[in-house]
Design a protein around this ligand. Sequence first.
Ligand code: PTJ
Length: 236
Amino acid sequence: MTKIPKTHPRYESLRVREMLVEGVESGITSKAGLIAHGRGEAFDYLIGEQTIGSARLAEKAALSVLFSAENPVISVNGNVVALVPEETVKLAERLDAKIEINLFHRTEERMHRISSRLEEYGGRNILGLKPDSEIPGLDHSRGLCSEEGIYSSDVVLVPLEDGDRAQALSKLGKTVVTVDLNPLSRTARTADITIVDNITRAFSNMLELEPLDDDFDNEKNLSEVLEYLAQRLTKS
Ligand code: PTJ
């Protein structure tokens, strides 16, 4: 991994990039994951690389639905595990949730590497390696899931997700919580709760914040994010 000097003005952003590069080199992250990250970075730049008020509210609302779920599941991919492996394991512990690996670019080798990385951080009983169920409406490998996990879950936290899966999960009657820096994405629009924050901050926050059991309106929250972005773009 390239060592980034701490004095560099873009230290944090470059450090996170290097985590993704390491993810690709160790067979965890797909090459397409780098492009997905670039899109996220652009939106992060626009929101000022900080957790904005609307995101904090969504994080608290997400904690509330996840804490009260019967069978909460955190669905992870190669980007999530490159960026927040430790936080994912800790969050699953905090929420008493299962972790399931679901890959867009699924290979058995990546599945095992991702599972091993989570185990290095104390993750246990990682689901998804031996899928025994399918999410209807998705083509074969993207639809694969675990009966014990996603299929029977009531609330799914699916960060950095593609729109098709978020929609299919929603159609299956799941409460969908996502983390997505793009407030305009199909996933962001489909989810019941969308956290517009970098996953590196969102998961850390969710380990600290207390749940807020209030009526959460995702559409209103996303409008507030867009309003915030518009103000930043027009104010300078
Ligand atoms: O590991 P795989 O094979 O399952 O592939 C995973 C990727 C991420 C490549 C795949 O799911 C994909 O192509 O995703 P998309 O459709 O590009 O969507 C990813 C979304 O996550 C985009 O809207 C990005 O803006 C957003 N995003 C990227 N990085 C971050 C992020 N959101 C929060 N934090 C980030 N660090």
